[in-house]
Design a binder for this molecule. Structure first.
Ligand SMILES: [Zn+2]
Length: 480
């Protein structure tokens, strides 16, 4: 995500709240086959999903756990998806709720909704699933959509369908359960193969992850989407979309937009940044790329092959947001990381990559040095103000999303301090080793969830001081 927090907003917050794979081999990947239909009058999605799950751990599994992200939108959720600061912009018709109801899980002996915030589906298996064994579960579920400009919801001009289906929790000596967070992107998922048939009234245009075949019958359109080795699939529907298309080398690039006088310029920026990152970090992992302008209260949001950008961005914000989200195709979509525990890992890199892109493209009017200086100034202002307010400072980058006091702290620590970190590393290692380290990180960890240690090792192998620099930034001991 690329959340824009302007100074006015930050000051308001401070006054208020702050006082206060190489791809895994095919047989080792899960697959999800989903047949879903969206009913606009009821703002509801009905779906049946067959999940073929393979045990990639060395432990027998008796109960599988799936994240139920839509339940964060329900009334009374303890971990709401939108902070009170952004709620007025997001909930454009006032309070509105959504949820997911799973009515059956065939293939399981029993199932229940559990977790700290009704965020987990537990499917008890009839018999243990041993390492490398597969199990097939078929779930029927219904998703009610809140009226909200957010990742999942009926927005003012578009319907965003992201994180709408139960997805297997990642395994790390146990299934990891994550609650939603209004800071950052709490999603952590392994790459899988997806085959999704989404039926919608044929008046809708659909932006999506993957490749699509569209067939029509009786006023409805079935969008049959396939995507292999992706971390998520997402869709954005609207009756108001216009489409602009180009390509970046061999890669088709599409831009679905609601209202953009400079649509060709926005599209060109998407193609240009895709080509630049491919040249700088290594080949783009997928066959096409789409950006979509939609109802979203923050700058933008990344999904594999698909980036959402907010419809209310100012002209000067557009290239920054487009480049940032496009960089996430490398740092999030291809090379995954634990966004809940280590948000800096993909956000810091995506924001730093944006500085590189702008620096290499003077037409956008912002130099690399200006980007780094802006991050330094923002971070120092944050440090100074919050030190005065709290008397002490936790500037550690290494912490879970739920440990940030709000958007202002999150932005400065995960994004701005991340930019400063990678700029320091570049200064220390020199361009040749620095870019070799990033390319190695992209290549060696594609299709996986890379740990901070994996990232650090790529630099430490090329520069003796790199590990110490990471350590001081992540633990919050360095002086900036
Ligand atoms: Zn981001």
């Amino acid at each position: 995500m690329r959340k824009i927090v302007c100074f006015g907003l930050s000051a308001a917050m401070l006054a208020g709240a702050f006082t206060f794979t190489a791809c895994a081999p095919a047989r080792q990947r899960n697959s999800y086959t989903i047949a879903a239909e969206y009913f606009p009058e009821e703002q509801r999605l009905e779906a049946v999903m067959t999940a073929e799950i393979v045990n990639t751990s060395d432990t027998a599994w008796e109960t599988l756990k799936f994240q139920l992200w839509p339940n964060a939108y329900r009334e009374g959720a303890a971990y709401a998806p939108v902070s009170s600061l952004y709620a007025p912009a997001a909930y454009y018709n006032g309070a509105s709720w959504g949820n997911i109801e799973v009515s059956s899980v065939e293939g399981a002996a029993a199932f229940r909704v559990a977790g700290a915030d009704e965020n987990i589906l537990e499917a008890e298996l009839g018999e243990a699933l041993y390492p490398d064994e597969h199990v097939t579960l078929t779930m029927n579920f219904s998703v009610s959509l809140a009226e909200v400009n957010h990742r999942l919801g009926v927005g003012e001009h578009a319907v965003n369908l992201a994180n709408f289906y139960p997805v297997l929790c990642v395994w790390d000596n146990g299934f990891c359960e994550y609650v939603y967070s209004s800071n950052g992107d709490p999603f952590v998922s392994e790459c899988a193969d997806y085959d999704v048939s989404l039926t919608v009234p044929d008046t809708y245009t659909v932006a999506h992850t993957g490749t699509c075949e569209r067939t029509l019958s009786n006023g409805k359109a079935v969008h049959h989407v396939r995507a292999e080795n992706v971390r998520d699939v997402a869709f954005v529907l609207s009756e108001e979309f216009r489409l602009a298309e180009t390509s970046a080398g061999e890669i088709p690039v599409s831009y679905y937009y609601l209202d953009d006088e400079n649509a060709e310029t926005t599209l060109a920026c998407a193609a240009e940044s895709l080509a630049y990152f491919a040249e700088t970090f290594g080949e783009y992992a997928y066959g096409s790329y789409t950006i979509v302008q939609t109802d979203f209260p923050y700058g933008g949001m990344e999904y594999p092959m698909l980036s959402m950008i907010a419809s209310d961005l100012r002209e000067e914000e557009l290239p920054v947001v487009v480049a940032h989200e496009t960089a996430h195709q490398w740092w999030y979509a291809s090379v995954g990381s634990n966004q809940f525990e280590n948000a800096w890992q993909d956000e810091g890199l995506a924001e730093y990559a944006t500085a590189l892109f702008l620096g290499a493209h003077p037409d956008y009017g912002v130099s690399y040095e200006e980007c780094v200086t802006a991050s330094e100034q923002s971070y120092r202002a944050y440090f100074s103000v919050s030190s005065q307010l709290t008397g002490e400072q936790n500037t550690a980058m290494q912490r879970p999303l739920t440990d940030f006091s709000g958007e202002y702290e999150y932005r400065n620590i995960a994004y701005d301090k991340g930019v400063i970190l990678f700029d320091r590393l570049r200064d220390t290692l020199g361009d040749s080793k620095f870019f070799a380290a990033l390319r190695a990180y992209a290549e060696d960890h594609a299709g996986t969830i890379a740990s901070p240690a994996d990232l650090i090792a790529c630099f430490a192998r090329r520069g003796a001081h790199a590990e110490g620099i990471f350590e001081s930034f992540l633990q919050g001991t360095c002086v900036i």
